[in-house]
Design a protein around this ligand. Structure first.
Ligand code: LRH
Ligand code: MN
Length: 423
């Protein structure tokens, strides 16, 4: 689906209004000279498993035109990237996205200007041709043969990732227990670490392993990698290529995620993110749709912590979305998430950190809040739009997606009842 000339017309219609807003904010706010270039470098990876309609055990309501295979998933992410020029990578999930022709898939992605971010293993489902079940876990399992099967799967995922040009493996384990007494927590922890060490040993020198934690679901009494502390303690036992991955929806209510992020970053063990939002559990809602201030506070700690370590904002952490769409068009939802993440990052770049340090050292609590909220309350949409414009993207990607009637075109092309592999 080519958006070229339509995108040009779309921007031409909106340019004068955009320039008026962009000029205004530059007259009102001290915009750091490198802000726009930082935004242009900041690419967010799209999860291959979130291009179709998600569902729950109570139901799934497909919107039609969903990708039927990996090639169409790459085309959909390519479309998002053509619209916003800030979705330049796709994160695959194996075996949902297994391919027998990685070279062709890699070439197709390159045509769409896409790279491959982290590849995800899956030992939380039993595949049709699988010998041993993961019903009672995978890397923690009491049966060494099940652990061996799970380790082997992760090594195969690394192999597929190498052929696609990915540089990291994300391991999320649903392992845990549903009832008191079911699991020996210590032995489950030790078996998981021993299994992870075998996977870690298979990592190429320039790869990273991201260990994603989650408080609960599908296990509802304990999760073996259940919080940042458990993940952090394990990745420290693995080695320098192992990091903790923070999925925003994987915390117990009221957890202070920005504090967790600041400490993991300080310790050099923050690997990356699965951005989404939630009100209750792992709701996988649009990033910034429920708690936009929390998303800003997380980026505030990220900018501060990364600058303290001289890190490259765009390259040194994994920026990925992990969402599931029950009632929104998957592509519109992802466009909104990318926009919300870019806005939170931009607001964090506007925080007057020198003034904040002075206020903190003076215990001027009121001034600290005012400094943060001045940045959060700044309408940065024209700055994010300017970065997109300079990259050749649309001033308003969502409006262009709708004006082009892309969903209807996809339904014409693929059918109204197609179902994408994934959640
Ligand atoms: C688990 C999770 C994990 C993925 C899965 C699709 O809740 O966040 O990142 O493997 O969703
Ligand atoms: Mn996740």
């Amino acid at each position: 689906m080519f958006v070229g000339e339509k995108l040009h017309d779309h921007n031409a219609l909106r340019l004068s209004a955009h320039e008026r807003r962009y000029t205004f904010i530059n007259s009102e706010v001290a915009i750091p000279s490198d802000l726009i270039s930082k935004l242009k470098d900041f690419q967010i990876a799209i999860p291959s498993w979130a291009l179709g309609t998600g569902g729950t055990r109570f139901g799934r309501f497909s919107g039609g035109g969903e990708p039927r295979n990996l090639e169409e998933k790459i085309a959909d992410v390519g479309l998002l990237h053509a619209l916003n020029q800030t979705s330049g990578a796709i994160s695959l999930h194996i075996p949902w996205d297994s391919t027998t022709n990685p070279a062709a898939i890699k070439a197709l992605a390159a045509q769409h200007g896409l790279a491959f971010d982290a590849v995800n293993s899956n030992t939380f489902q039993d595949q049709a041709n699988q010998a041993l079940s993961y019903k009672f876990g995978s890397l923690q399992h009491v049966d060494a043969a099940v652990r061996k099967q799970a380790v082997q799967h992760n090594i195969e995922v690394i192999q597929q990732g190498i052929e696609l040009g990915s540089k990291s493996l994300t391991v999320w384990l649903s392992d845990g227990s549903c009832f008191p007494g079911q699991l020996n927590f210590r032995k489950a922890y030790e078996r998981t670490v021993e299994s992870l060490k075998e996977i870690y040993a298979a990592l190429p020198g320039d790869w990273k392993l991201f260990l994603e934690y989650k408080a609960y679901e599908p296990n509802f009494y304990s999760t073996t990698v259940g919080d940042w502390g458990q993940s952090y303690s394990m990745v420290n036992k693995l080695g320098e290529k192992a990091y903790t991955l923070v999925d925003l929806g994987h915390h117990l209510p009221n957890a202070n995620i920005e504090q967790i992020v600041s400490l993991l970053l300080m310790e050099g063990k923050l690997g990356g993110f699965h951005f989404n939002d939630s009100k209750y559990g792992d709701d996988d809602l649009t990033a910034g749709s429920i708690k936009p201030y929390q998303l800003f506070l997380i980026f505030n700690e990220l900018v501060d912590g990364m600058d303290a370590k001289g890190m490259n904002h765009a390259k040194d952490l994994g920026w990925m979305i992990d969402a599931s769409h029950n009632v929104k068009d998957p592509l519109e939802d992802l466009l909104q998430s990318v926009e919300a993440i870019q806005m939170a990052y931009t607001q964090a770049l506007l925080v007057d950190r020198a003034a904040l340090e002075v206020a903190r050292n003076a215990n001027d609590v009121v001034a600290c809040q005012e400094i943060l909220q001045t940045a959060f309350r700044t309408d940065v949409r024209s700055l994010v739009a300017q970065a997109r414009l300079e990259l050749g993207g649309a001033l308003d990607p969502l409006a262009l997606f709708r004006d082009l009637g892309i969903r209807n075109q996809l339904i014409q092309e693929r059918g109204a009842k197609t179902q994408a592999t994934g959640l």
